[in-house]
Design a protein around this ligand. Structure first.
Ligand code: FES
Length: 570
């Protein structure tokens, strides 16, 4: 008996309710000894056939269970809301916070002492960690792993990134639609999440660097047998964490978040991770915002040569040694004493590289110097905006040009390929009404397509600005997450066609070159906001969603509410 175990408040003792609870579990063939006070580990699973990237997570859960049993615990797997990036409309980001509530309350309401979180596809990882962080039990993350490298006509085909390139080829008349469809069958060969350094891979890397996952978590391919070994080891480790009393808030420290940003910048990782890191920090009460991110990322070289910033894919990153080798290169920029689920970050770093694979470059020979992530401010983004210079065109990082404004996604799609569109390669494309409140849910449409007439002239990049997000697999000189958003009355709502906009990434500036008096006149004459949802989850989201600089969490979910023992139901 371990009366101090949380699970014993459900399963311990001789009262009739304990009898009923044990009896109910025994209906699944569970032996009586599982209720003797051993750690009960919940395996929180985002498996779903509607989330193809996570479709193998039930098999991975079996490996976690083996590890839990091996260490003397009792594993119980349970489902939570899953968020399939390719299928959900209007965007998975609308539901990230809802899924996090499911995770938090499922943990709190059940007889769990510790948790293993199984996620993979983009938003499933932050939703799991946000919910678990609020509940704050001992927690280990196991990522589903990247899919294998697909090939078309002998060339590697990156999941996600290839779609953007090939759809531009079709629009420019250089690829037929038949070829496009043929290529789509080659892209995703097996289970697993996108294999570029998109949002899913970035979040898997961050799980390892934050110290929430075991070394190796980010890069082992989903279908590689070694991922099942990692899952089994993670199950064992969850039991050890319960025994040592190490909670998630012991791991998610300010140092951990700074380390995460350094790694994110060095991998050329997804801008979406900025939102998720801020939201996760908010859940554990760590003060961590855009300025902390800019500071931590500043000067960090791009070391990982993966698409979309570089050439390779996650399988190549795995072969090159994955996160442990990357962290070895970054050692001097990291706090290696940061606590992790296995000890501290420095424990598993190789003393030297056993072989050199240029997919992970040396610090003195980076892919790009100081490419990192940049946070911009100015009168167009008073609360901040984000750009990933690693995925941008060097010549556009300092640019001034006339605005061409699209009111929303539908306006964009109606006009972008119009042969009479008044656009040149100097134009700055502006998209509004695509923020957390306005869309709603901040979709990944910030990398506006290049107008077809410019594509045909060989233009491949332009400055684009919006309050939307961008897929982590996308690329271009794209300013995202402008806050406050246009639907909340932010300055993006005041831009007119032809206004000059100045971007200067070195100086971290984003400015609308229109004087304040004129902007005040425009603001006074602005149309009132459009219709807002009046019921259902859409209403809750609209009423409570925070702006991008606060991670777009719901205001009432910020903070920790450690999972105590809820009131008895009988
Ligand atoms: Fe699931 Fe890209 S679609 S990770």
């Amino acid at each position: 008996m371990h009366p101090e175990r949380r699970s014993q408040a459900w399963f311990g003792g001789t009262e009739k309710i304990a009898f009923a609870r044990r009896s109910g579990m025994k209906a699944q063939g569970v032996p009586h000894r599982m209720f003797d006070g051993r750690p009960v580990i919940g395996i929180c699973n985002t498996w779903s056939e509607l989330t193809p990237c996570n479709a193998h997570l039930r098999e991975l859960a079996e490996a976690v269970k083996r590890g839990v049993y091996e260490a003397g615990g009792y594993p119980v797997e349970f489902p939570v809301m899953s968020l399939g990036e390719t299928l959900m409309r209007p965007t998975t980001m609308l539901y990230r916070n809802l899924a996090s509530m499911d995770v938090e309350e499922s943990i709190r309401a059940n007889p769990l002492d510790g948790v293993v979180l199984l996620g993979g596809c983009d938003k499933t990882t932050p939703a799991l960690v946000m919910g678990a962080a609020s509940a704050d039990l001992p927690t280990v993350v196991v990522s589903g792993g990247p899919t294998l490298t697909g090939r078309y006509r002998g060339q590697p085909l990156a999941s996600g990134t290839a779609v953007y390139r090939m759809s531009d080829e079709v629009r420019a008349g250089r690829m037929s639609e038949e070829e496009f469809v043929r290529a789509e069958s080659c892209m995703w060969r097996a289970n697993g999440h996108c294999n570029t350094m998109g949002t899913a891979s970035s979040m898997a890397v961050l799980m390892e660097v934050l110290g929430l996952a075991l070394p190796g978590n980010a890069a082992i391919p989903a279908v590689d047998a070694r991922r099942r070994v990692l899952a089994q080891d993670s199950g064992r480790q969850a039991v050890e964490l319960v025994r040592s009393g190490t909670r998630l808030s012991d791991v998610l420290t300010p140092e951990a978040f700074r380390n995460a940003v350094v790694a994110l910048a060095a991998t050329g990782g997804s801008t979406n991770a900025v939102l998720h890191l801020i939201a996760i920090a908010g859940r554990v009460g760590v003060p961590f915002g855009l300025d902390d991110i800019d500071r931590a990322a500043r000067g960090v070289p791009l070391l990982v040569d993966l698409q979309p910033a570089g050439k390779h894919l996650m399988e190549d990153f795995f072969e090159a040694g994955g996160v442990p080798v990357l962290l070895h290169e970054l050692r001097e920029l990291l706090d290696v004493e940061a606590v992790t689920v296995t000890g501290c970050l420095g424990d598993h770093l190789p003393a030297q590289r056993e072989w050199y694979d240029p997919v992970i470059r040396r610090r003195d020979d980076p892919l790009k110097k100081g490419a990192g992530l940049a946070v911009l401010r100015g009168n167009l983004a008073p609360s901040g905006a984000v750009i990933k210079p690693a995925a941008a065109s060097e010549h556009l990082l300092r640019h001034e040009g006339p605005a061409l404004v699209f009111e929303d996604r539908e306006d964009l799609h109606r006009r972008i390929d119009d042969p009479d569109l008044p656009v040149s390669e100097d134009s700055v494309l502006v998209l509004r009404n695509s923020g957390p409140q306005g869309y709603p849910g901040m979709p990944e449409i910030g990398n506006l397509p290049i107008p077809a007439k410019l594509l045909r002239r060989g233009v491949s990049d332009m400055v684009r600005i919006s309050d939307a997000r961008m897929s982590g697999t996308a690329f271009g000189t794209v300013v995202l997450h402008v806050a406050p958003e246009s639907a909340a009355g932010g300055p993006l709502s005041l831009v007119r066609d032809g206004d000059r906009i100045a971007l200067d990434v070195d100086r971290r500036r984003l400015d609308l070159i229109v004087d304040d008096a004129e902007l005040a006149v425009r603001a006074a004459g602005a149309a009132p906001p459009g219709d807002a949802p009046r019921s259902g989850y859409g209403f809750l989201h609209h009423q409570h969603v925070l702006q991008a600089d606060r991670g777009a969490d719901l205001d009432f979910l910020v903070g920790r509410r450690p999972a105590g023992i809820p009131r008895e139901s009988h």
